[in-house]
Ligand binder design. Structure first.
Ligand code: C2E
Ligand code: CA
Ligand code: CA
Ligand code: CA
Length: 286
């Protein structure tokens, strides 16, 4: 048994090796990748469920790796969080996104009723970084973008049960007019009463709820849950955005349930900034 165990231990597993090398390799390549400009951002529109107009976009970061091609954030954000690179990377994403929001505003002129807003994801490490508020203020001022054109998305799990020190910078940003949205809402074990002490102005309902609307008829319990979340959110003056809308039927169901804005492949996949500009423009003129 002992020798068999030894054999098993020594047997090569090339796939596992590749995973380890990749993970390690990616981690060590991250800082240089930022310097070399290998990251880029795709924008996915946020659409008003009532009238179908494009209201803004979420910024989603990607890494164009010289060997591995385009890597999604799930591949490298956890590594960047682990090494602390998420702080400069997150600041870069914020800078690019706010600059983009300013460009959209300039190119649109008076074509749209309201300027396109930009949603940017914030990782828990960034929340704990002391420079967050000042960096955000400086970036907005540098681009001449109003704070209410920016929405920072923080996951429910990062905020529920967070100490006051973590919430304090968010309160300051919210007082300045920056919107804070609770991302992936409904996946954690939140005490809903807790919402009142968080400086949030919107909930982003997790994709798992949208997926259950795919089935027809949808699970009546899921319908009740979404109905309840929307009622609670609206009674607290929070807007509700839904993620992962892939079909018109889902969009219609979620509109009937009272959700405010939607995001998903049904409207558009994440794409280059010009695409969002075109979508918003088509929307404003036709
Ligand atoms: P998230 O914030 O929940 O973003 C939504 C994810 O759902 C995105 O995946 C988006 O491409 C995907 N998605 C959008 N519509 C649909 C749809 O209709 N169907 C399906 N199946 N998926 C849809 P993505 O771009 O791979 O991003 C994954 C996660 O990475 C994000 O989840 C976010 O937590 C994180 N992330 C992305 N960019 C950043 C960033 O700049 N900073 C930080 N800290 N995290 C980021
Ligand atoms: Ca998000
Ligand atoms: Ca989300
Ligand atoms: Ca998610």
């Amino acid at each position: 048994a002992k020798s068999a165990g030894g054999n098993r231990f020594e047997r090569a597993d090339p796939e596992a090796d590749a995973r380890v090398i990749t993970r390690h390799g990616l981690t060590t390549a991250l800082p240089a990748a930022l310097d070399r400009g290998e990251f880029f951002i795709e924008y996915q529109p946020l659409v008003h469920l009532g009238d179908g107009s494009v209201r803004g976009a979420e910024a989603l970061v990607r890494w164009l790796h010289p060997q591995h091609g385009v890597l999604g954030p799930d591949r490298f954000i956890p590594l960047a969080e682990h090494t602390g690179l998420i702080v400069p990377l997150g600041r870069w994403v914020l800078e690019q996104s706010v600059r983009q929001a300013r460009e959209w505003r300039e190119r649109h002129g008076g074509d749209t009723a309201a300027p396109l807003r930009i949603n940017v994801n914030l990782s828990p490490c960034q929340l704990r970084h002391p420079g967050l508020v000042q960096d955000t203020v400086e970036i907005l001022e540098h681009e001449g973008v109003a704070p209410d054109a920016l929405c920072l998305e923080v996951t429910e799990s990062a905020l529920i049960g967070a100490e006051d020190e973590v919430l304090e910078p968010l309160h300051r940003l919210a007082e300045m007019g920056v919107d804070i949205a609770l991302d992936d809402f409904g996946t954690g074990y939140s005490n809903l009463a807790n919402l009142r002490r968080l400086p949030v102005s919107a909930l982003k309902l997790d994709r798992s709820f949208t997926q259950s609307m795919q089935r027809f008829p949808a699970d009546p319990v899921d319908l009740k849950i979404v109905e309840g979340i929307v009622a609670l959110a609206h009674s607290l003056d929070l807007a509700v955005t839904v993620e992962g809308v892939e079909t018109g039927a889902q969009a219609e169901q979620l509109r009937i349930l009272g959700c405010d804005t939607a995001q998903g492949w049904y409207y558009a996949r994440p794409g280059p900034p010009e695409r969002l500009h075109e979508l918003a423009l088509a929307d404003a003129t036709g």
